[in-house]
Design a protein around this ligand. Structure first.
Ligand code: CMP
Length: 143
């Protein structure tokens, strides 16, 4: 069983898409392990987006993700990393297919509603960045 980090970004929260997104993951059969409504500080945001720190849009990316609350979650399920990436859709709205979360709701790549980890390694790193390991269930839902 895999775990992944999923985050409804500030634009998704403002547009009241939390319920829709949680519902899609529940309907797919995945299990919510942890969730928190939070405002991210710059240190956490810069660590989260570290792989993009040389890109010209890095500053704007950090400004955006720290600008308003996000809804951060840990989800569990079979092959959830790959499956959730498919459910989320491509970064660019011109490539995100209808039926995917970004394909249905996002209209620009700078503000594209949702983030999902792209590998097992990123998932563990991202979960540890946003959630206290002592409060995290040990990777198994108890319901
Ligand atoms: P995500 O895949 O969650 O993580 C990296 C983010 O960088 C990506 O979502 C986009 O929202 C953002 N991004 C990608 N390309 C650009 C760009 N050219 N300008 C601003 N943000 C971008």
């Amino acid at each position: 069983m895999q775990r992944t980090f999923i985050m409804v970004k500030p634009d998704g929260v403002k547009r009241k898409l939390i319920g829709e997104i949680v519902s899609r993951f529940e309907q797919k059969g995945f299990t919510l392990l942890q969730a928190e409504f939070m405002t991210i500080d710059r240190e956490k945001a810069e660590y989260h987006y570290e792989e993009h720190n040389e890109k010209p849009f890095f500053g704007e990316l950090v400004d955006f993700i720290t600008s308003a609350p996000v809804f951060a979650m840990v989800w569990e399920g079979e092959n959830i990393i790959e499956v959730s990436r498919t459910m989320i859709g491509k970064t660019s709205p011109t490539e995100a297919l209808p039926g995917t979360i970004r394909g249905d709701f996002a209209f620009c790549k700078e503000e594209n509603v949702i983030h999902g980890s792209d590998s097992l390694e990123s998932a563990e790193r991202e979960i540890a960045n946003f959630f206290d390991p002592l409060k995290l269930r040990d990777g198994k839902a108890d319901y």
